[in-house]
Design a protein around this ligand. Sequence first.
Ligand code: NI
Length: 226
Amino acid sequence: MVVIENMLSAEEVALYRQVLKELPWQDGKSTAMGMAASVKQNNQADPTDKRVKQLSNEVLARIGSTPKLVSAALPQRIFPPVFNRYQQSETYGFHVDAAVMRIPNSPDVLRSDVSMTLFFSDPDEYEGGELVVATEFGEQKVKLPAGSAVVYPSSSLHKVTAVTKGERLAAITWMQSMVADISLRKTLFDLDQTIQMLIAKQQTDREELDNLHNVYHNLIRQFASV
Ligand code: NI
């Protein structure tokens, strides 16, 4: 799991929320399949609405321009981000996301490798509503400030606990990664983050950094399917 802090600024969050407030919301069950639908109780912004499409495209663009997120997910295809809302006692029980998704209004399908939740509500605006991801080290609970996001493997069981007070707004999406193998993707992320830290320290020789960069890109070249 990787947390992306301040993917959106406070001003940007406020602008999104202004639009989200006025949108038509529909039952979230309409986009869940099979077993997932039976445990899903939330609302989702009508994806055919022009304003929703606009917001969705803006999130999409931001994903592409957020280096840490790109490094963690190495996205090849991204599902148009979906906006959801949980109010009093709404919840989404443990489920797995569909492995293959059809991209709306497109002949393309996407294999979900990486899931993302981008928070639009601050933790003190609602009670409950934690994203809980079952990992090999136990359950991880996530509740981030508005404007921050978390990415986690789509292969993991996860849920959103019931909101007991207030309202939780978020955007979610799924990405097909250029690197399907989860452990390889993590190793590449660790390598890239280490290179970024060395660059930030400004103590490493240019030549050594170039060599490390070269190693990273050659690994991508070897293992990425594009
Ligand atoms: Ni899910």
